[in-house]
Ligand binder design. Structure first.
Ligand code: FAD
Length: 649
């Protein structure tokens, strides 16, 4: 068996995006020796791509804003399926997390009187997004990275070793969370460059690996988003919550094909951009759903007045939550009123002077100029929906971020479920990373501190051998499958072909609008792909071998895709990011139902090949009733639209 490097830490954080870094900083500040592992280069996580801003009710742009308004907006956006305690903590703590970032060196855009500037975004009642042009995620990561380095310098002064208490393992992929009995005892992974295996032993592991978008063909997500953390948790025995809720952002680029899916930030609409169809009509006025009718303008004049006088006018319907806008664009294109390349037009050129566009939306200006040869200061963009974010994720305790059922496992950021209910509001992810990243780091450190040297769970040789054998399988997949007498053994499969087929399947059959027969077809295709993926073979050796990396990632994408498809088939209503053509209405009876996915084989094995049963078992559970003082923040007439009779009484 391969030689495996082993090290001991108190806390291991898997992922160095906003959530992972915030968790690591907190754990280290609370005295835990903390290791951070990330697939890409340090400082190059998906968070860097975040454009619009961080939602926090600081009240800088409108003093009417406070945590209660933010809480209400978040619950409305999630159609009341949010884990309400998370939404409460998030709204209360987000401003502190933004101010803290500033004390660590973040340079936010300012208001005229010198406070942190806040911009409008869909679903937020007030301008609420603290931002740095349209490069907020970059500044967030830069600041957290700088804080990590500052802590390492502090450690050097005390111990003579920069990495004695906080170390980053970059370009390393974790493939298994290891356990002794029910307890987490570490992680197994490989260095992407050398292919060498390693084990980091620790009684507490924080998963902060981000999303799942690479299972879909058209996506705004980066290469890292292969659902690894979701799969790691499932394999470790932790359930995933409400995986049917995948957000399709309304505005991705649609042309040229090589850039299809790349995000066009919501700030474009927040700053005054309007959506028009091929007839030049501002069509969003036709798509305001009943639950939002009293909050959105009914005429273009009122919508336009809102930008200067938000207290006496209602918001433009372009700023409805993302699920509503994405469905509207989809409908316009389907009705034949789309733009030449299958999207609609998003125009800022007639709404703002060129110089303001270049200043407020510099990345968008360059993105369109360089990738599509479109000058957004002079002509409209063509945009359409793109898979953007997963609301579903690891089921966690709201206060501590502890993953359900696996002591020592924690999760934060996009990989964790619950916070955003059925649909996330723009800007609420960056704040989520900071609020729950910090909480995960704190409780992971406390968990580790409670396990002194004598009581720590231990990694055994057998666990390491099993994880190494699984990781090496793509080098001998075909022979192994044949020797095991697996059904359908055939020639080796190309991981890239399998990936493409998976992406096409999820895009076409479990995409923005879902239908029962198509989802059943998707499950059959996923079962076929699962069998073929066991023969995903690679050539060559372990030194930087992207085919091998993809073959390993396929396990995760297939698991997660099955969760999405099964949960989407089960939920016979439309809510937030989950739209069923055959069950088009939101159903109050589903408001308090969570769907949990777990492995059919509780030992963490992946042998199940039965296309009907698959690898994932679904269970329903009732959501915890919303605390009365939080319900009292809403008008009864509004609650009636969402809550079931018994909840209202
Ligand atoms: P990430 O930042 O993705 O970090 C994940 C980390 O996990 C990475 O370091 C990765 O290398 C590592 N990793 C993954 N798998 C493994 C593994 N197996 N082993 C080891 N490491 C692993 N949200 C907002 O609130 N405001 C915005 O303005 C905004 N704009 C966006 C713009 C774009 C284009 C996109 C795509 C998203 C945007 N979002 C925005 C969403 C937001 O950026 C993400 O939800 C958020 O950054 C996720 O952060 P994270 O810390 O959970 O994960």
């Amino acid at each position: 068996m391969s030689v495996v490097d082993r090290q001991e830490w108190d806390v291991v954080v898997v992922g160095a995006g906003g959530a992972g870094l915030r968790a690591a900083i907190e754990a280290r500040e609370r005295g835990a020796r903390t290791a951070v592992v990330c697939k890409s280069l340090f400082g190059k996580a998906h968070t860097v791509m975040a454009e619009g801003g961080i939602a926090a009710a600081m009240g800088n742009a409108n003093s009417g804003d406070d945590w209660q308004v933010h809480f209400r907006d978040t619950m409305r956006g999630g159609k009341f399926l949010n884990q309400w305690r998370m939404a409460e903590l998030h709204a209360q703590e987000a401003p502190q997390r933004v101010w803290e970032l500033e004390t660590w060196g973040a340079l936010f855009d300012r208001t005229e009187d010198g406070r942190i500037s806040q911009r409008n975004f869909g679903g937020h009642e007030y301008p609420r997004l603290a931002h740095v042009g349209d490069r907020t995620g970059l500044e967030l990561i830069r600041t957290l990275q700088q804080k990590v380095v500052a802590l390492q310098q502090e450690d050097f002064r005390e111990t003579g070793d920069y990495e004695s208490r906080l170390k980053v393992f970059q370009e390393c992929t974790v493939t298994r969370v290891l356990k002794e009995g029910r307890q987490v005892c570490g992680v197994f992974g490989y260095e992407r460059e050398s292919g060498r295996f390693f084990v980091l032993e620790a009684p507490a592991v924080v998963i902060a690996t981000g999303g799942i978008g690479k299972s879909f063909k058209v996506t705004s997500n980066s290469w890292e988003y292969t659902g690894d953390g979701h799969a790691l948790a499932l394999l470790a025995g932790a359930p995933l919550l409400n995986m049917e809720f995948v957000q399709f952002h309304p505005t991705g680029m649609v042309w040229p094909p090589s850039v299809k899916g790349i995000l066009v930030t919501e700030s474009v609409r927040g700053d005054g951009g309007v959506l028009r169809n091929a007839d030049g009509k501002r069509f969003m006025f036709d798509y305001v759903p009943d639950v939002f009718k009293d909050k959105y303008a009914v005429t273009e004049e009122e919508a336009d007045r809102w930008y200067d006088d938000p207290d006496r006018n209602r918001r433009p319907p372009e700023l409805l939550p993302r699920d509503e806008v994405a469905r509207a664009i989809n409908a316009e294109v389907k009705e034949g009123r789309g733009s030449p390349h299958g999207g609609v037009f998003l125009d800022v050129s007639t709404r703002m002077p060129a110089e303001v566009i270049r200043r407020r939306l510099p990345s968008m200006y360059h993105q369109f100029k360089e990738l599509a040869d479109v000058d957004i200061t002079a002509e409209p963009m063509e945009v359409g929906p793109t898979c953007h974010y997963v609301m579903g994720g690891i089921a966690v305790d709201s206060d501590t971020a502890a993953a359900r059922g696996v002591p020592g496992l924690f999760a934060a950021g996009e990989v964790a479920g619950g916070m955003h209910g059925s649909n996330r509001l723009g800007g609420n992810s960056l704040s989520d990373l900071l609020v729950f990243g910090r909480r995960a780091g704190r409780y992971a450190a406390e968990h580790a501190a409670g396990r002194g040297d004598g009581t720590r769970p231990r990694v055994t040789g057998a666990q390491v051998d099993a994880a190494a054998a699984e990781a090496l399988r793509p080098f001998s997949a075909e022979a192994e499958a044949a020797a095991a007498g697996e059904p359908g053994v055939g020639p080796p499969e190309n991981p890239y072909t399998l990936h493409q087929e998976l992406q096409q399947t999820m895009n076409d059959l479990v995409g923005i609008i879902r239908r029962e027969p198509e989802m059943k077809q998707a499950l059959e295709k996923l079962a076929e792909l699962r069998l073929r993926a066991r023969r995903a073979g690679v050539e060559g050796h372990r030194q930087f071998n992207p085919g091998w990396h993809l073959a390993l990632d396929l396990r995760n994408m297939l698991l997660v895709s099955e969760c999405v498809a099964r949960a989407a088939l089960e939920r016979t209503e439309s809510r937030g990011g989950h739209t069923r053509e055959d069950h088009a209405a939101m159903d109050r009876a589903w408001r308090n139902v969570n769907l949990l996915c777990s492995l059919t084989d509780p030992t963490g094995g992946l042998a199940a090949t039965d296309p009907v049963r698959g690898q994932i078992a679904l269970t329903r559970e009732r959501t915890e009733p919303i605390r009365p003082d939080l319900l009292a923040l809403f008008e009864k007439e509004e609650l009636v639209k969402y809550l079931a009779e018994e909840e209202l009484s």
